[in-house]
Every structure is written in structure tokens, then in C-alpha cells.
Design a protein around this ligand. Structure first.
Ligand code: CUA
Length: 331
């Protein structure tokens, strides 16, 4: 317990900043920006600590020194002191200008990407992230090579989301009908968390992905391997991968639990009541229609909230998902 307290105290100090787990205030450093952002944070933090201590000390000191007591006559004091007033105006002004300069430099650096970046397209939608690589491959996680400037061009399919990687100190809103940009250079291989940090509806909390940083050579082989999964796997297995990767699982369970949408368990071949009062047989064409035009036939008890996958799933991918759903009805 003593060791824990000492460690926490140690982490409060600005020089204890480069452990694997980060410090008490800040997570570990995953990108080149982290050092700059942390420097600015620590600067503001320690200036605040210094003035808090100074003001508190003087307040207590004066309260004791000039307290009311028997035989003590109040002394006459001057109404103002010009040198002192100039001093306490100029010093804070210089501090504020210094903070602005340091922060603005870091902000510009984070805003303007260098040339020759590796570009990945980011799509936010309720409730997952999709990452499109230069060869057209789409993944649910962001994979990047280490020590390489990466640029993200981001947009949303529906509402405002916000792309946030705490370890990289990068965050920017992802907005429908507009493109926003981010760039970074990863400094160490490993897995990092991606969060959505703008409340975007019921399952906002589940809008999580991984940022995976690879060695340069390993990245190229990962991309080649990953892009080719449809031709290498039985369709049902590829369908399961797509289910996990493309955002199906955020709303459709495979264990019978109803979510935002109906569970996939035992659905294929069943008859489902629709909002309109009709019933529908869940077979290949109905599933295909529900993926491409989700609002066409809503199952009773659910809201029309699913985004369309028109143009974002290829025919063979839709087939693979249908094959996967069949395996969930074969018990
Ligand atoms: Cu997307 Cu919160």
C-alpha cells in the first residue's frame, strides 16, 4: 500500500513521464505528438501548482501576521503601489503569451500533415469504425506501419462521431457530409485503443476499435494477407469475419439476445412478424434486401436505425454473411 502511494506520488512529477503505462495524468506515449502535448500539459499544470501554493501561503501568512488582537492598532497603508502593479500585470501576460506560443506551435504541427503520408479513409457510423486502405480493403481496426506519417481522411455516415486515440493524443470530430483530417506518426509497435468521444446514440459506448502498429515489412504482408480472406476461407467463416469486422455484431447478437436489431441465432428459415403486420420468411433474398435497404421490411419491435450497406459490401461478402447466418440455424 505504501509502495502504491509512493508510485502515485512519483507519477505526479513531470519527469516521471516515460513508463509503459504513462503517468498519473496521462496515458503512455504512442505517437510523436505525445511528447509535445504532454510538455504543454505539464507546463500549465506546474505553473498552476506554483501559483496555487504561492497564493495559499501568502493568504495564510497574512491572516496570521495581521490578525485582530488586543493592543494591535491597524497600520495605515498606501492606496496603491505602481511598481508592484506593473509587475503583477506584466508577469502573467508574459506567461500567457508563452503558453499560447507553445500550444499554438504544437497545434499547427498536428494540423498540417507532411507530404508522402500513408492515407487511410475512416468512416464512422452507428456504432463502429471502418478503415479503408489504399487497395480498397476495409477493416474494423486501424493497422499502420511504425515510424511512418499516416493521414486519416474521415467522414460519417449518419451523426457526429469523434475519433479519439488517447495514447496518440489525437482527437477530431467525424462529421456527415464533410471530411476532417488527422495525421500522426506511431513511434512504437503495439495495440492501442480507439474510442468514439462524441455521444452518438444508444450504443455510443460500444464504438471501440484497435489501432495496431506493425513493423514496416510486417505491415505490407498483413495487408496482403488480410485483403485476400474471401478467396481463402469457406464462405461461412468469411461471413463470421465480416460479421465481426463490419459492424453487424454491435447490433445483432448470435446467442439469441435481442439487441438494437434481432439476433441472428436461428433466424435463417424462420418466419418473422413485420412492423406492418405482415410476416416474412427469412431467406437469402430477404437478408440481402435488409443489408442493402434496411428500412424496407422492419421486424416488429425494432427501430429503423440500421445504415445501408449499399456500395460497402460486395456481393460475395453478402453471400458469405448469409452462409454464416445459415450455420446459426443448424442446431
Ligand atoms: Cu460514435 Cu459516439
Amino acid at each position: 500500500m505504501f509502495g502504491e502511494a509512493a508510485r502515485t506520488l512519483g507519477n505526479l512529477l513531470p519527469w516521471a513521464i516515460s513508463t509503459d503505462d504513462g503517468t498519473f495524468w496521462l496515458p503512455r506515449k504512442g505517437s510523436e505528438f505525445a511528447a509535445q502535448v504532454d510538455f504543454n500539459f505539464n507546463l500549465v499544470y506546474w505553473i498552476s501548482v506554483f501559483f496555487f501554493a504561492l497564493v495559499t501561503f501568502l493568504m495564510v501568512f497574512f491572516a496570521i501576521r495581521y490578525r485582530q488582537r488586543p493592543g494591535h492598532e491597524p497600520e495605515k497603508s498606501s492606496s496603491h503601489n505602481t511598481p508592484l502593479e506593473i509587475l503583477w500585470s506584466v508577469i502573467p501576460t508574459l506567461i500567457v503569451i508563452g503558453l499560447f506560443w507553445s500550444g499554438y506551435k504544437a497545434y499547427l504541427n498536428m494540423t498540417v500533415p507532411p507530404q508522402n503520408t500513408y492515407e487511410v479513409l475512416v468512416t464512422g457510423q452507428k456504432w463502429n469504425w471502418l478503415f479503408t486502405y489504399p487497395n480498397g480493403y476495409i477493416d474494423a481496426n486501424l493497422h499502420v506501419p511504425v515510424d511512418t506519417p499516416v493521414k486519416l481522411t474521415m467522414t460519417s455516415e449518419d451523426v457526429i462521431h469523434s475519433f479519439f486515440v488517447p495514447d496518440f493524443r489525437i482527437k477530431r470530430d467525424v462529421i456527415p457530409g464533410r471530411y476532417t483530417r488527422l495525421w500522426f506518426t506511431a513511434i512504437e509497435t503495439g495495440d492501442y485503443d480507439i474510442l468514439c468521444t462524441e455521444y452518438c446514440g444508444t450504443n455510443h459506448w460500444s464504438m471501440l476499435s484497435k489501432l495496431v502498429v506493425h513493423e514496416r515489412a510486417e505491415f505490407d504482408s498483413w495487408l496482403a494477407e488480410a485483403s485476400d480472406f474471401l478467396s481463402k476461407m469457406p464462405p461461412a467463416e468469411a461471413g463470421e469475419m465480416l460479421y465481426n469486422m463490419r459492424g453487424c455484431k454491435q447490433c445483432h447478437s448470435v446467442d439469441g439476445t435481442p439487441g438494437i436489431g434481432p439476433s441472428f441465432l436461428g433466424k435463417f428459415g424462420s418466419e418473422e412478424p413485420l412492423l406492418t403486420g405482415e410476416t416474412v420468411l427469412v431467406e437469402e433474398n430477404y437478408i440481402r434486401e435488409s443489408i442493402l435497404d434496411p428500412q424496407a421490411k422492419i421486424v416488429a419491435g425494432y427501430d429503423p436505425v440500421m445504415p445501408t450497406y449499399q456500395g460497402r459490401l460486395k456481393d460475395e461478402e453478402i453471400t458469405a454473411i448469409i452462409e454464416y447466418m445459415k450455420t446459426l440455424s443448424e442446431q
